[in-house]
Design a protein around this ligand. Sequence first.
Ligand SMILES: [Mg+2]
Length: 228
Amino acid sequence: MKPNLLVLLDFDGTLTSIRLDPKKVKLSKSMYTTLEKLVHNKIQVTIISSRPYSFLKQQLPSCVKILGSKGNSLNKLKKFSKQRKHIFRILYCTVKKFPLTTVQLSPCGAEIHFRKNQSLTLSKVMTEVCRVFDTQPVKIIAGRKTVEVIPLGLANKQEIVKKIIKTWQGKIMFIGDDDSDAEAAVEIMKQKGNLAFLVKTKERKITPKEVIKLTGIQEVQKTLKQLL
Ligand SMILES: [Mg+2]
């Protein structure tokens, strides 16, 4: 038993493989069981993801805590619905420059997907998105083969993680994969006794020295099983 241990996990690319079609992403049975076992061993498990709560709820065991939409409440998301549509329209015009890319509304804003364009790099898309939104009140978030833009008033993962650190009375183990997770990992590691892991990816630009690198989802599961 690990009293007061919080295992804070990202979803896509950390617990599940990245798929060409994000709708087809599915949590494996064995990962599902591992998460269940952690909770049965009195470990608090919280999943923090950009995905909507409804999607995550279908995939995850009911005993884990889910923070969908990066932890932003539904009420808060509603307040920013106009801004989110405005962001979508700007991104829609931006993607026309890049072949094989799509834009869609995300739970917090809108995002460009470029998984189908093998030659397009994250930095190229980021440069263009930053240029287009230069004077707009937004946050630009680099994912793996995605770039998301959200209204300034909505929280990103790093900000929600900061809040969690303030309120959690115990140690935290964090695992993620993309640049937004790397920023959250930096916050986690500021507190003595906490641990942060990042899954290796080609797309991530930031890998803080203090984090532990994992080769893939299998190693994520192995790390979680070591807590049992
Ligand atoms: Mg991820």
